[in-house]
Design a protein around this ligand. Sequence first.
Ligand code: MG
Length: 410
Amino acid sequence: MLVKPHSRVPGLFVGRQPESAWNRVRLRSRLLDAVAQELEMNRRDLMKSCLGAQWGGGLAQSETRFLPGSVARVEARIARLLLRHTWTTTMSSSDFRDTLQVTYDRDGVVGHGEGAPIIRYKETAESARRAAESIRDFLASANPWQFEKVMAEVFQRIEGEYAAKAAIDIALMDWIGQRLGVPLYKYFGLDPADAPLTTFSIGIDTPEATRRKVREAEAFPILKVKVGLDTDEATIEAVRSVTRKPLRVDANEGWKSKEEAVCKINWLESQGVEFVEQPMPAAMIEETRWVRAHVHIPIIADEACLHPSSIPGLAGAYDGVNIKLDKCGGMQEAFRMIQVAKALGMKTMLGCMISSSVSVTAAAHLSPLVDYADLDGNLLIANDPYLGVRVEAGKLVLPDRSGLGLEARL
Ligand code: MG
């Protein structure tokens, strides 16, 4: 930024000044003051523009100040998301999903977070809401700039309830990004052009309904098909009667023996399936290792992979891991999981539950780091309250606005 030394000196060039020694001294003094003022403003501007690429520890004191007497207002409420189609997997079937929405409101900036409770892990929207409310006072007085320390304390204070943890973490990260004036992908040092294609998910249904859903998903170049029941062959044949697109399948632990899994996976390979997610129950790690040795396409862990500590035990049995903010407890934990998996030479995938654009956009901001994305949970609902990440010809397009970059739908 150029210094404009004369622009802030009052009266400097208004009319002619008498040429006297005192006047020259006074003018010189005022000019120097003005230059110093400009330089100080430029320094602050430069600091501000650099802050976006830095972590909390490098922040200038002026940027981390709060308004006098400021505390945060934290609210947790349950949102009912209505599904466009009845959603069926090997685990459940429903027409709606309830998620926990958390807002973190401080100094006029509101961060939004969301977590989708997973019934498999004995979480419900109500248990998530109670968990978030149990630490409302702690969050209200905690220093959000120390978000890593804050979330470590949240993990200490709450047993389980990872959807609640995710909602709190995302709300804090959204607030931090907005205060710094940077999109969260930029905060993590990522290039939005590296965001991968996302799959569009086709839930288990009748062959006729499956064909209709596949036609509706015409804009997506890769589909993810739910399998894991006796109807698998009929489902894939229904899909293949409509499209030759690459497919990925998710068995959601549906195949109960290693022999059945090998048979199904090898047939799926012949149908153009790229990889299989969670073929057998999460606890059957050794059986999955055996299956991996007898098939050619990658096997990705989902239900078997919850937290960073899960990953080393899966290396060798799985080719990669599906990381979800709702399973692990937010963006910070998901970032750690991606790094652990990469360090072990495993493929990485970001997935989601059925959620609004709050949670899906949070995951999307990390997506330039991963090999595969399955971030379509917001596209499966009819009443998304926000606009965030978009999908163009299957590619995730990250918002360039600060924080999550959400906009309320009118
Ligand atoms: Mg899955």
